[in-house]
Design a protein around this ligand. Structure first.
Ligand code: N2P
Length: 357
């Protein structure tokens, strides 16, 4: 009897040790890329429930990290030493990352849900045949304004923002191309202007806007505008859509001088360790129901044609956020202006920020 008990104890202990070891091994494999992916996305740019649903469906654990500008994201990926399996750059960043060899070509056979994307968003010039990228969200840059706080006045142009009545009333999104672009557009220059005299002129014009600028902020811009901490915000369209749904006094306009049309896309960076898992994640996000859920949660416009069927009509019929393409033909997509020119834009933006009172 005693031998039997001893024998049981020995087997039991061995089983526990094995269980423990196998669990540790699983974890280690996860971190080595086996059953984990690291997703690197903009802040406030995914419905967290979708991450859970993906983990549950595939058994792949998602490590989720965020960035707040293309510049920050590219610097981190270029520097290496980190694992990112999926990232979400905008078009000019994709072009630059391609040029620097920072992207892995996609295997379209592993992305069957790509067929749901509206062809208008495919095969764009920054990535012919979508070799490296697939659409995630798209939108414009524009102005959110609070009609009540402005005494019923509406805003139609960038140049309206320089009005003396708007002292300390403007919040700007913390983006180099967006802010310098606003200066350029207000002077009727292109968002891709590389003429340094024009850029200096734009910077000077922005300096003159400073008395009206309350703050230059990240994702908190939404909360500040919804809570009426300022009457005006220069924002990305999806952020506008989200806060307009929370405060009836707010409206969104793409200024008449022109503005930016942008496309954010999922890519697999060179830092990836789990390329198979990355494809699974991308394909999951391309699923129309998931894309619709995501669009409804973050407020941004989806390029997924089939997903539109699952979204409320008041969202998809809103021309401010789902404009017809003919009405936005005059908008400009940022170009990859080359390393030096992009650095120059960043430098001007930093100078602008530093000269704040
Ligand atoms: C969401 C950021 C949107 C990025 N917080 C626009 N390119």
């Amino acid at each position: 009897m005693r031998r039997l008990v001893q024998w049981f104890l020995a087997v039991f202990t061995a089983a526990m040790v094995l269980l423990y070891l196998s669990e540790r091994l699983n974890e280690m494999e996860g971190y080595a890329g086996g059953n984990t992916i690291t997703v690197y996305n903009w802040g406030d740019y995914i419905d967290p429930k979708l991450i859970q649903a993906f983990e549950k469906k595939t058994g792949i654990k998602v490590i989720y990290q965020t960035f707040d500008s293309n510049e920050a994201m590219m610097a981190k990926i270029a520097q290496g030493g980190t694992t990112f399996d999926v990232a979400v750059p905008s078009e000019y960043a994709i072009s630059k990352m391609k040029e620097e060899g920072l992207l892995v070509p996609l295997d379209h056979s592993k992305l069957p849900n790509l067929k749901y994307i509206d062809p208008r968003f495919l095969n764009l010039s920054f990535d012919p045949n979508n070799r490296y990228s697939v659409p995630y969200f798209w939108g414009t840059v524009g102005i959110v304004y609070n009609r009540k706080m402005l005494g019923g006045k509406s805003i139609t142009s960038w140049n309206d923002l320089w009005s003396r009545d708007l002292r300390n009333q403007i919040l700007l999104v913390d983006g180099a191309r967006e802010v310098i672009g606003m200066g350029l557009n207000s002077l009727h220059y292109s968002l891709n202007d590389t003429n340094k005299a024009h850029l200096q002129q734009a910077k000077k014009k922005l300096d003159a806007l400073m008395p009206n600028v309350k703050a230059i902020v990240g994702d908190e811009i939404k909360l500040l505008l919804a809570n009426e901490e300022a009457a005006i915000g220069v924002v990305w369209s999806g952020d506008a859509a989200e806060i307009i749904s929370e405060n009836d006094h707010l409206d969104y306009v793409v200024p008449k001088e022109g503005s930016n049309l942008w496309f954010d896309n999922m890519v697999i960076p060179k830092t990836a360790k789990n390329i198979k898992g990355a494809h699974e994640f991308i394909n999951f996000m391309l699923d129309p129901k998931n894309a619709a859920k995501n669009a409804e949660y973050v407020g941004y416009s989806t390029p997924n044609k089939k997903a539109l069927d699952y979204l409320p009509k008041e969202i998809t019929n809103d021309k401010r956020f789902y404009p017809d393409f003919d009405s936005i033909g005059h908008l400009e997509v940022y170009k990859n202006l080359g390393k030096r020119m992009l650095a120059y834009y960043n430098e001007l933006f930093l100078e602008f920020k530093m000269h704040r009172k």
